[in-house]
Structures are given as C-alpha cells and as structure tokens.
Design a binder for this molecule. Structure first.
Ligand SMILES: Cc1cc2nc3c(=O)[nH]c(=O)nc-3n(C[C@H](O)[C@H](O)[C@H](O)COP(=O)(O)O)c2cc1C
Length: 193
C-alpha cells in the first residue's frame, strides 16, 4: 500500500473547535462556531479566526472589532455543532441553548459561562484571503474556571474534556503521551523533577 496524491486542500486536523461570541452595537449577542482558529503570537498574545463574509457574525466582528474566544468541551459539543449550523439571523443561540451570558472585563462581547476558558480579544488587523477573511486579534484578558485548578494552582484543561474537530467529526482529547520537553528529559512521564 502506498500514499495517494490528493487535490490541494486543508488537511490540518485535528483542530480545536471554538465558540466565538460577539455582540452588536445594540448589545445583541451571538455565537459562531469556528474551527479555522489559531495561536499566532506569544507576545503580544495573539490569535486568528477566519470567517466567511456571509456569516451573520462577520459585520458585527468588523464593526465592533471585539470578540470572545470560548474553548469548547465535551459538555458543549451539542452547542458547538448547533452554533455552526444555525445562524444568529434566525435564532438567539444563547437563549435556545440555555447558555449563560457573562460580562467580559475588556470587551463588549459576552463570555459563555459554561466554557472553561474565555479569551477576550480585540481585532488588530483583517486580512482578506479568499473564501475567508482572517481576523488577527490581541488577547486582552483571559478568564479561567477555578474548577480546573489543582492545589498547586496548576490549570488542568484536560479535566474539562476539550473538544477537537477532525474531518467532520468531534472528538475529546484522549490519553496524555508526554509533556513538553519529555523527549530530552531523563525521567519518565508522571515523575516530578
Ligand atoms: C465544526 C464547524 C466549524 C466551523 N468553522 C468555521 C470557521 O472557521 N469559519 C467560518 O466562517 N464558519 C465556520 N463554520 C460555519 C459557521 O459556524 C456557521 O455558518 C454558523 O451558522 C454561522 O453563524 P452566524 O450566521 O450566526 O454568524 C463552522 C461550522 C462548524 C459546524
């Protein structure tokens, strides 16, 4: 068995799938599911989200220049799919899904209370790429659920069962197989230095 040559396309999977919240000037909130999202810079902390101009959320993002990137989990899987197949033009997704709107500290868009990590973002640049426009944004505040902090104040996102998306299917993260730098460390996984 060999390898096949396929036509060019995006095969960078699995990906984190996130819930992006926005609010228009009148304060109406919406949620859009985004898989074309990424970390692009550590300092200043920056992320990107790529959005099709046809989305209801698009002009809101463009006008306000603000959004919250809410991490998704096993218990938010249904909402994640729903927010990716229904438009805010037709339905109030917060109300329909019974999600909790929490005020963010730096931006007008609300945070999703049920999400373990909310990243408040301010758009710094918009780049038209073709089908999607990429919003490059600075993370101006992070809100993390204390439920996932251990006694040493270490954050365990894995306990929230973070959601990933791969070729049309949602998965939760599985078994840990190493930690940062383990390939060059002498001691095996799980043992502290
Ligand atoms: C798993 C998944 C990932 C998606 N990723 C993106 C994305 O990265 N960019 C985008 O523009 N739309 C993406 N979509 C589609 C939008 O979420 C969808 O069109 C949504 O209904 C738009 O909501 P709105 O009209 O309320 O803004 C995705 C949908 C799903 C189900």
């Amino acid at each position: 068995m060999g390898k096949q040559i396929w036509k060019p396309g995006n095969m960078l999977y699995p990906l984190p799938v996130v819930l992006v919240t926005v609010a228009d000037r009148a304060g109406r909130a919406n949620i859009i599911t985004v898989a074309w999202a990424g970390t692009v810079c550590t300092n200043p902390p920056m992320v990107s989200i790529s959005i099709r101009p046809t989305r209801y959320s698009y002009p809101i993002l463009k006008e306000t220049g603000e959004f919250v990137l809410n991490l998704s989990t096993r218990s938010l899987a249904y909402a994640t799919d729903y927010c990716g197949v229904r438009s805010g033009r037709d339905v109030d997704k917060f109300e329909k899904l019974g999600l909790t709107k929490e005020a963010a500290s730096q931006v007008g868009a609300p945070m999703i209370g049920e999400s373990p990590v909310n990243m408040e973002c301010k758009v710094r640049e918009i780049k038209s790429l073709g089908s999607h426009d990429m919003f490059l944004a600075e993370v101006v505040a992070v809100c993390a659920d204390e439920k996932y902090l251990d006694a040493d104040r270490r954050f365990h996102l894995e306990k929230a069962d973070p959601l990933v998306y791969s070729h049309g299917t949602y998965f939760v993260c599985g078994e840990a197989v190493g930690t940062f730098g383990y390939s060059v460390r002498k001691k095996p996984l799980g043992r502290k230095k």
